[in-house]
Design a protein around this ligand. Structure first.
Ligand code: CDP
Length: 249
């Protein structure tokens, strides 16, 4: 006999307060970022964050098209977030949907805050984010990798965009939600900031958090973004040190 549980039946914490994947409440999943992974793009990055696998390709700045979309004062940042049909358990119907259009918009707006868009009037910067395998937190993982891809394209930036999620499971605030925690938890809070200034450039929320829980979640995220920003910087320095060494041979 199959017994189907409801969301409230599902245990997300073990008796000793650990999460199902063994993490403590403030622990990140493993994160790996690589850059320079696509030869034809001006900039690129690949991120693995927990079970997420995401590729980013950046093109531009190039003349904005169609022409009526051009802004005479700045470059337009056009991010396109796309989930591969095979990236999730149940086949995702190819093509844009409400969710991907929303995510593309919030990622474009976040990147626009970091790139020196005023230096490139009438142009567009295209950022293609392809989710190959999804495991919760893809918008934040995609945005975190997109920043590295933009930097690797040599596009001038004021700051890095770096993000993380937090949420609530069984009444406890936890960092970097897993897929089960995202699906069956009580809240999901993706947030991204500019690394130096701390300015919030993306903030969304599903579910309920009290003011205290919200403060605790954002504190946890801010602490985590420092570590994630180091991983972003390491990815870029590894690539450019390798390039300098190859050039010097
Ligand atoms: O990925 P992110 O947390 O930014 O966005 P979400 O809308 O909260 O989705 C959470 C997770 O649900 C995704 O990362 C996927 O693992 C999963 N999902 C899915 O299985 N099928 C979809 N069509 C959309 C999302």
């Amino acid at each position: 006999m199959i017994i189907l549980g409801t969301a409230s039946d599902i245990k997300l914490l073990t008796k000793d307060g650990r999460r199902l994947d063994g993490r403590t409440n403030e622990e990140l999943r493993p994160i790996k970022i690589e850059t320079g992974v696509l030869n034809r793009a001006d900039g690129s990055a690949y991120i693995e964050w927990g079970g997420n696998k995401i590729l980013v390709a950046v093109y531009g700045p190039r003349e904005a098209y169609p022409k009526h979309t051009q802004n005479i004062n700045k470059a337009i940042v056009k991010a396109r977030y796309n989930m591969a049909a095979f990236s999730v358990d149940e086949r995702k119907r190819p093509g844009p949907d409400r969710r991907s259009i929303e995510i593309s918009k919030v990622i474009s707006e976040a990147l626009d805050q970091a790139i020196m868009v005023e230096q490139f009037p009438r142009t567009q910067i295209d950022v293609f984010i392809e989710v190959l395998q999804a495991d919760a937190g893809t918008r934040i993982a995609g945005l975190t990798a997109a920043t590295v891809a933009v930097a690797s394209a040599g596009i001038p930036m004021k700051d890095f965009v770096v993000g993380c999620t937090a949420g609530k499971v069984e009444g406890k605030v936890v960092l970097d939600l897993s897929k089960e925690e995202d699906n069956f938890g009580q809240a999901d809070l993706p947030m991204a900031v500019l690394s130096k200034s701390g300015k919030v450039v993306l903030l969304q929320m599903d579910g309920d958090l009290s003011v205290e829980e919200f403060d605790q979640a954002t504190e946890m995220i801010l602490t985590a973004t420092k570590r994630i920003n180091e991983i972003q910087r390491e990815a870029l320095s590894t690539r450019f040190v390798a390039e300098i060494e190859e050039g010097g041979e």
